[in-house]
Design a protein around this ligand. Structure first.
Ligand code: C2E
Ligand code: MG
Ligand code: MG
Length: 512
């Protein structure tokens, strides 16, 4: 070691200190070489070079770590994005929508305007999927997504909730602006969508809920959904703004479902029977079974206020089964007390869903046999709208019924907008003209011509015609003049409890 006399070379301390700093991670620490150019200087230069190298390696390493971390973050963001977007349309999914609503609610506490949520459900998507296939369905969904994005501002969220349901979150807007956006969205969807060579429509029912400050995110989406269902109930293709009384309707509805569940087992259901007559003579040729619900608290409830609920909740299957069994059993009971009455027929109304009941054909056959009722004495009434949208299963069941000898009647004819070409292939024997068509035939000559044309159309399609809702003798005379042979309506008799039917059939009605 170099020393001058007893004095230690101060560079040695510098060197030790420099090495300590380097060891402590101060990689930019450098030592000044002296003028002497001796061994110590050589070591100092060597250590400096080592430090240089270390600093380079270290910064290179840091850069690599930073790059990798950025890549990881990017992948994580992409994964999150994938988990939060709908792969078909690229829109936000339900999870992201929930987050955006939360964010919008949080932000709204600053600027005071609570966000609004719109829920949209396409009106005829199932039909598109069923008739043109899922590929066509996807084309429509992608097009709808595009139109929705065009209808809102870039900061608003457009999401697909699943299936054919979409949602929008609109922020910082007034009620008027929100309703305008809803209207614009609805208009965007009025234009047809081209799917290959086919043209389809993607109109939708839209529910709007304008939030209030402090409202939780879940209720905002739920209320928009309730408003959307209201839009469906109002005939589809329209916009409804949520009102609190819509919640009451939902509660009422669930109460009805709960009560209806007990109605069959509790013996609260009954059938009333309305005469079907030959117009000229007034002779009863049959009766239509019409369901009545004797509710323990609400009294007698008419089918229009519960059949659709039974249909939506699936309870219609059990109810329909009961109606079929009870109606056919009643024919046998009448027959037992009036053996001569072997000809009149029983009309029973069937809901769309019942045609999909797998055991319907078998149930009809066995029940008729059990009560010794000939199949020709049963007429099953099915609404025109159902026949228009029938699929292969329904087709199969209808032809099965007709093969068995049961008559199929189109109910409410003239309300389902049958296409004329379609009419010829309807799987039915008779058509019952809806009462709304004949309401004004006595006073409105135009309506007379229209009904006459409808009757001709039915006959040209090879079907027999019957008219419902005849309320006075003038209507009856008018219809007979047009060549209509059969009908039903309050003029000929209101729906009656079973005990009063035989007297009516025998013509013991005081009016006759
Ligand atoms: P619908 O099959 O078209 O039955 C005719 C409806 O018109 C009945 O109403 C009947 O009481 C009423 N009506 C009969 N004559 C006249 C008239 O001259 N003027 C007026 N204004 N109305 C008349 P109701 O009994 O309330 O039944 C309503 C609907 O409920 C029925 O229409 C049918 O679609 C459905 N329905 C009834 N019973 C059943 C059933 O057992 N199963 C199913 N799935 N649906 C049923
Ligand atoms: Mg009917
Ligand atoms: Mg009808």
């Amino acid at each position: 070691m170099t020393s001058v006399g007893d004095v230690r070379d101060p560079r040695l301390e510098q060197l030790v200190e420099g090495i300590v700093r380097l060891a402590a991670g101060e990689l930019d620490a450098r030592m000044e070489p002296s003028e002497r150019r001796d061994d110590i200087d050589a070591v100092i230069t060597g250590v400096n070079l080592l430090a240089e190298e270390l600093e380079y390696v270290y910064s290179n390493f840091e850069q690599q770590v930073a790059d990798r971390t950025a890549m990881l973050r990017q992948t994580q963001a992409e994964l999150e994005q994938m988990a939060k977007t709908d792969s078909l349309t690229g829109l936000a999914n339900r999870t992201l929508l929930g987050e955006r609503i939360q964010e919008a609610i949080r932000d709204s506490t600053e600027h005071g305007k609570a966000p609004a949520v719109l829920v949209l459900d396409l009106d005829s998507f199932k039909a598109i999927n069923d008739t043109l296939g899922h590929g066509a369905g996807d084309v429509v969904l992608v097009e709808v997504a595009k139109r929705l994005r065009c209808a809102v501002r870039s900061g608003d969220t457009v999401a697909r909730l699943g299936g054919d349901e979409f949602a929008l979150v609109i922020t910082e807007s007034t009620k008027d602006e929100i309703l305008q956006i809803a209207q614009r969205v609805s208009e965007q969807l009025q234009d047809s969508v081209d799917v290959g060579a086919e043209t389809v429509w993607a109109m939708s029912s839209i529910g709007v809920c304008i939030g209030e400050s402090g409202q939780p995110a879940e209720t905002l989406l739920r209320d928009a959904d309730i408003a959307m269902y209201q839009a469906k109930a109002q005939g589809r293709n329209n916009v409804q703004l949520f009102r609190p009384d819509m919640l009451d309707a939902i509660r009422d509805r669930s109460r009805i479902v709960a009560d209806l569940r007990n109605a069959v087992a509790g013996g609260e259901l009954a059938l009333h029977y309305q005469p079907v007559v030959e117009l000229a003579s007034g002779t009863v040729i049959g009766v239509e079974a019409l369901l009545r619900w004797h509710h323990p608290v609400r009294g007698t409830v008419l089918p229009d206020s519960f059949i659709h609920i039974a249909e939506e909740s699936g309870l219609i299957m059990e109810i329909g089964r009961w109606v079929l069994h009870e109606g056919i059993a009643q024919i046998q009971r009448w027959h037992e007390t009036a053996a001569d009455l072997t000809d009149f027929v029983l009309h029973i109304n069937l809901s769309a869903a019942e045609l999909l009941r797998s055991d319907l054909l078998e149930d009809v056959r066995i029940t008729l046999e059990r009560h010794q009722v000939a199949p020709r004495r049963l007429v099953l009434e099915i609404t025109e709208t159902l026949l228009m949208s029938r699929g292969t299963t329904e087709e199969h069941v209808l032809s099965g019924l007709r093969d068995m000898g049961v008559e199929v009647q189109i109910d409410d004819f003239g309300t389902g907008y049958s296409s004329i070409s379609y009419l010829r292939s309807l799987p039915a024997d008779t058509a019952k003209v809806d009462r709304t068509l004949i309401q004004d035939i006595v006073t409105d000559p135009q309506q007379q011509k229209f009904v006459a044309a409808v009757l001709q159309l039915i006959s040209a399609a090879g079907l027999k015609a019957i008219v419902e809702g005849i309320e006075n003798s003038e209507q009856s005379a008018q219809l007979q003049a047009m060549g209509c042979l059969y009908g039903q309506g309050y003029f000929y008799g209101r729906p009656l409890p079973p005990a009063e039917v035989l007297d009516r059939i025998r013509g013991l009605d005081p009016r006759h």
